[in-house]
Design a protein around this ligand. Structure first.
Ligand SMILES: [Zn+2]
Length: 89
């Protein structure tokens, strides 16, 4: 019989200033996020009334959050092993 493990995300983090979090649509693990400077917009931008912030994880994933798509607390979601290794260095 297959076991299905249900992972619960925590609540949205507002404001999000980086660190361990789930960023929607960026995999099923929590990553360690740091502010990223987008060449066009800088570290954050307001586009058509939506506030975007740009992030890069320690393992190299680029992502954006916005006032509509917020980072979420890790809850019981496992941490990315690549991020963990780099955070602990
Ligand atoms: Zn990661």
């Amino acid at each position: 019989m297959n076991s299905f493990s249900f992972r619960r995300y925590g609540p949205p983090i507002r404001p999000f200033r980086g660190g361990w979090a789930i960023v929607p649509f960026k995999g099923e693990k929590a990553h360690y996020w740091e502010s990223r400077r987008d060449p066009e917009y800088g570290t954050d931008a307001i586009v058509k009334g939506v506030h975007y912030q740009f992030w890069v994880s320690r393992c190299g994933i680029e992502a954006a959050t916005s006032s509509e798509v917020a980072a979420q607390e890790r809850g019981d979601v496992p941490q990315c092993k690549n991020c963990l290794r780099r955070v602990n260095q």
